[in-house]
Design a protein around this ligand. Structure first.
Ligand SMILES: *[C@@H]1O[C@H](CO)[C@@H](O)[C@H](O)[C@H]1NC(C)=O
Length: 313
């Protein structure tokens, strides 16, 4: 079967770059829509050079430029958007262009987090407006009848895991650790952590797969699900030392979120959502809309939490 042509928006970002690399690796003709200014930004230019060397076609344009969007979308079968959460609503013009052209066989919107329709943070989300725009975009894609796949990958390992869920630290603690809520209960009040390059490999695997058409692909491998206590225990075994535990109750955490500024407030919000509410894990992956990534693609290898922690010892 011929491989679909893929357009990726956001390749100078971290996930977008991994998506482009995975697309090239799996031999898809790969296109990227890149802002003119990115070519004169040292780090971004380096990434673009590397992708271009790898065979990607770089097109110049932005999410605000309807003509450039239409020219780029016309070239491909699949569009993957990997813009940041702050730019989530900028996808509206892209959705309109995809709808008008009518030729795209699969659109993967920029969701790539925990399922925003399952998050129980309504009061806080009024404050941060993090999940609501993603819900709005999902609804719009469905309403327009655009063929889609949503990737629900929960946390990227580079968020929270390097500090063992201790906002403000840039390495895991070796003496004291704060445990939020009761920190307990395997598989329920837990976070799911995935490496970005692995998320990219799963994402590219879905694009020509009829089983993922108009579905949410959940990434939740059992080895990548951990409560706070389990995370701390795993770390203690790796460093051969017990840590002193400081406990912060749910109420104290909520107060703290409201009194903290960016970016630590987001980390606290994520801790609350995953480890206290269990937003990543309280529901089963079920038909008709949900499909299980590790079940569909058993050949895709991924980094486990334990392997990631090994790199921090
Ligand atoms: C997804 O599938 C894998 C592999 O079959 C299985 O181990 C895992 O428990 C499933 N996850 C969920 C949440 O159903």
């Amino acid at each position: 079967m011929e491989k679909s042509k893929i357009l990726i928006i956001g390749v100078t970002g971290s996930l977008g770059y991994h998506l482009a690399e995975a697309s090239l690796k799996f031999c898809h003709p790969t296109f990227a829509l890149v802002r003119h200014s990115a070519f004169s930004h040292p780090i971004k230019a380096q990434k673009l050079h590397s992708l271009s060397q790898g065979g990607a076609t770089l097109l110049t344009g932005s999410m605000e430029d309807e003509t450039a969007l239409a020219e780029a979308v016309r070239l491909v079968d699949v569009v993957i958007c990997a813009v940041s959460a702050q730019q989530c609503l900028h996808q509206k013009l892209l959705i309109r262009v995809i709808k008008q052209l009518g030729s795209v066989k699969r659109f993967i919107p920029s969701e790539f987090g925990s399922d925003p329709t399952r998050a129980h943070v309504s009061e806080l989300d009024d404050l941060y407006n993090f999940y609501a725009p993603k819900v709005e975009i999902r609804g719009l894609v469905e309403a327009e009848g655009i063929p889609y796949t949503v990737i629900s990958c929960n946390f990227f390992m580079k968020i929270l895991l390097p500090s063992l869920a201790q906002p403000g630290l840039d390495a895991p603690p070796r003496d004291k650790v704060t445990v939020y809520g009761n920190g307990n209960t395997k598989g329920f009040f837990a976070g799911v952590f995935m490496k970005e390059s692995d998320v990219a490999a799963f994402t590219i695997s879905t694009v020509d797969d009829p089983r993922t058409l108009n579905k949410v692909l959940y990434l939740r491998p059992p080895e990548n699900v951990c409560s706070l206590n389990e995370l701390v225990e795993m770390w203690e075994i790796k460093i051969g030392k017990k840590l002193e535990r400081l406990h912060v109750s749910e109420g104290e955490l909520l107060q703290k979120i409201k009194g903290t500024s960016y970016p630590a407030n987001y980390e606290l919000l994520f801790i609350y959502s995953a480890f206290i509410n269990g937003d990543h894990t309280y529901f089963d992956i079920e038909p008709p809309s949900g499909v299980n990534g590790t079940q569909l693609y058993p050949h895709v290898k991924y980094t486990t939490i334990s392997e990631f922690l090994d790199t921090l010892v």
